[in-house]
Write a protein that binds this ligand. Structure first.
Ligand code: HGY
Ligand code: MN
Ligand code: MN
Length: 412
């Protein structure tokens, strides 16, 4: 095995870099971000690349072409995680290309283009709510307002970036809008490849998403003295809204998914107090943007109807949106050819999960290679698994793609 066992061993080492003992949580601009980035940079250098942290805390490795004027191809994925995460989400798409470069370098082989491998500092958006921070900046689409967002401790992204050693003024210079392509390897985070007995697949498109912060304001009261009919219970109202989000998406399950990932009684609540104020989040996704936007409006209407009937106030803030992203057809075909060269039938499939590639798809040809994950395809869950044999095949396919990639074959 040339790649798979080493990749899993490195993923295990990164899994040990966490903010929470006993589970994997690694968020943006934290000491764990720095520690993981240093590990990754060391592996990049050991593989024969130059490597550095950029102004936003992304780790960038470069494997130079012989011709300094050669085109640049970007690959990579994210080094941050969700809370209580699995160990391969994002990480596989960093370690696999590093393994490819190590193999090339070991053979003294160079590519006809310069390859940049990027470990993005934030794709999940756990700490500051907005996601895709690194890939947005490299795609030339960074929104400066993100720097004003604050984490649960009230620290702004601007303050955290400064403390991390980042450089706000250099963010515009990170844009890579003249690259030939962006290609990302990632675990599927679903059951399709597993169910069909395939180790790899080619992504056709990446679902778009909207993130909402909702706040319900009712009237706090004594749990023992307020008669049931007169209550304006914020948590009971929010609970009905959560079920309304689920119902709306279940009724359209073929084109839509909706999740309330967080709900909390403001101030913590107490067993003998009728909740007066509740906050919850909504994550709404679809492969089709018009469908998603229509659903967003419909779900908001259903929640406002519930608020009216229960005489509570609803504040609804759709604060973040990612457009659905098609993957470049020529890149898909080249990935499929590399899969077929391994004697595997190419399987094309959409991604319900968001990825850094979707930021690049708006400005350059972008594509993704999926690798099968086990345990029913579970992800955003510590039970996430990846077999060394599948990591091996996927990395070999990626290397074949990189060695046969012809930038000029892309329509631009
Ligand atoms: O939420 C997502 O789809 C990705 O994991 N950020
Ligand atoms: Mn994820
Ligand atoms: Mn991911």
């Amino acid at each position: 095995m040339r790649f798979g066992a080493d990749i899993l061993r490195q993923a295990d080492l990164l899994a040990g870099v966490t903010e929470e003992a006993g589970r994997i949580t690694r968020t943006y601009l934290t000491p764990q971000h720095r520690e993981a980035g240093e590990l990754i940079a060391a592996w990049m250098r050991d593989a024969g690349m130059g490597a550095h942290f950029d102004a936003l805390g992304n780790v960038v490795g470069r494997y130079e072409a012989l011709d300094p004027r050669a085109e640049v191809v970007l690959t990579g994925s994210h080094m941050d995680s969700v809370v209580d995460a699995g160990r391969y989400d994002g990480v596989f798409g960093i370690l696999a290309p590093i393994a490819c470069v190590r193999d090339l370098h070991g053979r003294g082989a160079r590519l006809p283009y310069t390859l940049e491998v990027v470990a993005f500092g934030d794709e999940e958006g756990v700490r500051f709510g907005v996601s895709m921070i690194g890939s947005r900046a490299l795609a030339g689409r960074f929104d400066g307002a993100a720097l004003d967002r604050r984490d649960a401790q009230g620290v702004s992204m601007r303050e955290a970036l400064h403390a991390f050693g980042g450089d706000e003024s250099a963010i515009p210079s990170l844009a890579r809008t003249r690259i030939a392509a962006f290609v990302e390897a990632h675990i599927e985070q679903g059951p399709v490849l597993l169910d069909e007995g395939l180790p790899v697949g080619v992504v056709t498109s990446i679902a778009g998403g909207t993130r909402v912060r909702a706040r319900v304001e009712g009237v706090a009261g004594h749990a023992g003295t307020v008669p049931m009919p007169g209550r304006r219970d914020a948590l009971a109202a929010a609970a009905e809204m959560v079920l309304a989000v689920e119902a709306h998406c279940r009724e359209r399950a073929d084109t839509l998914v909706g999740t309330v990932g967080r709900i909390a009684v403001c101030g913590g609540g107490a067993i003998n107090v009728i909740p007066g104020e509740v906050e919850f989040t909504v994550d709404l996704r679809s492969g089709d943007d018009a469908t998603r936007r229509a659903a967003l409006a419909a779900v908001e209407r259903r929640c406002r109807e519930i608020a009216r009937r229960r005489r509570v106030a609803l504040h609804w803030d759709a604060f973040f949106e990612l457009a659905a992203a098609p993957c470049d057809a020529a890149l898909q075909a080249q990935l499929a050819a590399s899969i077929a060269a391994h004697g595997i039938a190419p399987r094309f499939l959409p991604s319900g999960a968001g990825h850094d590639a979707m930021e690049f798809a708006a400005v350059v040809p972008a594509a993704m290679l999926f690798v099968r994950c086990g345990a029913g395809g579970v992800s955003h869950n510590p039970r996430e698994t990846l077999a060394a044999e599948d990591a091996e095949v996927a990395t070999s396919v990626l290397l074949h793609f990189l060695e046969h990639f012809e930038p000029r074959q892309l329509a631009r």
